[in-house]
Every structure is written in structure tokens, then in C-alpha cells.
Ligand binder design. Structure first.
Ligand SMILES: Nc1nc2c(ncn2[C@@H]2O[C@H](COP(=O)(O)OP(=O)(O)OP(=O)(O)O)[C@@H](O)[C@H]2O)c(=O)[nH]1
Ligand SMILES: [Mg+2]
Length: 278
């Protein structure tokens, strides 16, 4: 990603001057990290008494990441249920398929539910993915109640011993309260059968601060347990991962970096920071 690497390479002194810090501030701003978080990081670097600028910056960046667990919260009894939510077009369906592939590759039995019933094309899209990865996709008729399909999925997953139930939902604007209520209903009806273990918010990494704002509003309606940031491929704005965690205090669990099935990996905080710095 080389976000800060070229800055740090030409910077061999042990302490940062005011001008150096201003240059670093500009780099942070252009990485989409957000002005507030950026200023906090600069303050931390100033106060840090490390020997080198590199270690000062490393610890300042790390301090902005959450210490919460990033692994998927697995069910100890019954299927692990994952609800995929977010605004329109952020990569929910693709990420649901990628997750299903990820767990299938790990030897788990996965059931996908197409709870986006607004558009027939949305169901087709998930079914195509399902065929490709060899995972069954449960869907209802067009315009049926998404909560009813989610409920059927939960029963199937529990009764037939699936390891994972991944529920893809329709994109919705965080400002539309009826659609946000629908999400809460989906969660409620699944929980009549089995607990929902994760509600993952899919955040389009190219939308920057706006995406973070949307996530914040979503979090007021549903209890988000994790974030998946997508479309990080080719983005020079790698600061979005730090910005997201610092702003939301919700752990980033997976990162999507392309349209292929394999382009989804668990978020590795140390690897991410060292990639930013080298
Ligand atoms: N480059 C890139 N494209 C992605 C990534 N994830 C998803 N996409 C693309 O983004 C577009 C939208 O993806 P979908 O998975 O359909 O998004 P969605 O959130 O389900 O959309 P709605 O259901 O309409 O709200 C598709 O063209 C995907 O191929 C990613 O990590 N990188
Ligand atoms: Mg979709």
C-alpha cells in the first residue's frame, strides 16, 4: 500500500520536526483517515517518547485500532448465524458468497439465505455464487417477506446440522426507518429458532467518511458485531480501516480486495500496520 513508507524512508532523524509532522498530517488526510483521527494520531506521535519516528507512528496507529476480538463469534451449540447488512451496492452479496466459500474451504457446511427479495436479480446473483462454490442457497418467491425466508433458513440450518447460516439482506438506506425495522424483524424471527451470532456491516472502502457515517447510523438500529470493508483493491486510501475502527469501536473482521471468491481475508491488524509503514 505504501501509504507512509516513502515518507518514512526519507526520514532518518530520530525526532520529527514540526514540518515533518505537517507533512505526515497531509499524508494521513489523503489516506481518508479523517481529520479528527488524524489530529489525534499526530498528537500521540508528538507525545510518544519512542526513540524513532517509526515506532512512535506505529504505536499511535495501533492505539486507534480496537482490542476486541476480530474472529467470528462461533456458536457453541447449533449453527453460527451471520447476518450481512449495509447500504446499497457495498458488496454484501459478493461478501456473503466469499464468506460461504471461506468456511466451506475450511470444511464447514454452509447454508446461504437470499433474504433480498426486492429484486429477482438479487436472488439469481446469490444462486449463481452458490452453484459456483457448491453451497445451497435458500430463497423464497419474489416479494415474499425476507424475515419468513430467514426463519425457514434458521430452521433448516438447525434441524439439518449446518455449521453456518449466512443471510444476505437487501441494501437499505440507514435513513429509512421502515427498512431498518425490517432488519430488526429478520433478527427477531431468526432468534425464535437460534441466536444470531454476528451482524456484519459491509462498508464500501471507496466511500470513505461517508461510509463510516452510514455505519454509525446503522449501529443505532441494529447491534452490529463486526465490519467488513470491501473494494480495498487498488485503493490508495488505506487509512479507511483505521478510520472505521477508531470511529465505530466495532471490530473490523474481514477485508475484501477484489471481485473473486478468494478476495476476502480476515483483517490482520499487525500486517495492516506494517503494510502501511513499509
Ligand atoms: N473491486 C471490488 N469489487 C467488489 C468487491 N466486493 C464487491 N464488489 C463489486 O461491487 C459490486 C456490488 O456488489 P454486490 O455484492 O452486488 O453488492 P450488494 O451490497 O449486495 O448490492 P445490493 O444488494 O444492490 O445492495 C459488484 O460489481 C461486485 O463485483 C471488492 O472487494 N472489490
Ligand atoms: Mg446484494
Amino acid at each position: 500500500m505504501d501509504l507512509f513508507g516513502s515518507f518514512l524512508r526519507k526520514f532518518s532523524k530520530s525526532k520529527a520536526s514540526i514540518e515533518d509532522l505537517e507533512e505526515f498530517r497531509q499524508i494521513l488526510i489523503s489516506s481518508d483517515i479523517g481529520v479528527k483521527i488524524c489530529d489525534e494520531i499526530i498528537d500521540l506521535v508528538k507525545r510518544e517518547r519512542s526513540d524513532t519516528v517509526l515506532s512512535a507512528i506505529t504505536s499511535a496507529l495501533k492505539s486507534k485500532l480496537t482490542t476486541s476480538l476480530r474472529s467470528i463469534n462461533l456458536s457453541s451449540d447449533g449453527p453460527t448465524v451471520i447476518l450481512i447488512v449495509g447500504v446499497n451496492g457495498t458488496g454484501k452479496t459478493t461478501s456473503a458468497a466469499k464468506l460461504a466459500n471461506y468456511f466451506t474451504k475450511a470444511g464447514k457446511r454452509v447454508l446461504l439465505v437470499a433474504a433480498d427479495t426486492f429484486r429477482a436479480a438479487a436472488v439469481d446473483q446469490l444462486q449463481t455464487w452458490g452453484q459456483r462454490i457448491g453451497v445451497e442457497v435458500l430463497s423464497g418467491s419474489n416479494d415474499s417477506d425476507p424475515a419468513a425466508i430467514a426463519f425457514d433458513g434458521a430452521k433448516r440450518a438447525r434441524d439439518e446440522g449446518f455449521d453456518f447460516l449466512i443471510v444476505d439482506t437487501a441494501g437499505r438506506l440507514h435513513t429509512k426507518s421502515n427498512l431498518m425495522d425490517e432488519l430488526a424483524k429478520i433478527q427477531r424471527v431468526i432468534e425464535k429458532v437460534t441466536p444470531v451470532n454476528e451482524i456484519l456491516f459491509v462498508l464500501d472502502g471507496t466511500t470513505g467518511q461517508n461510509g463510516i457515517k452510514q455505519a454509525k447510523t446503522f449501529a443505532t438500529s441494529v447491534n452490529l458485531t463486526g465490519i467488513m470493508v470491501t473494494k480495498l483493491d487498488g485503493s490508495t486510501k488505506g487509512g479507511i480501516a483505521i478510520a472505521t475502527e477508531a470511529a465505530l469501536q466495532i471490530p473490523l473482521k474481514f477485508v475484501g480486495s477484489g471481485e473473486a471468491l478468494e478476495d476476502l481475508v480476515p483483517f490482520d491488524a499487525d500486517g495492516y500496520i506494517s503494510e502501511l509503514l513499509t
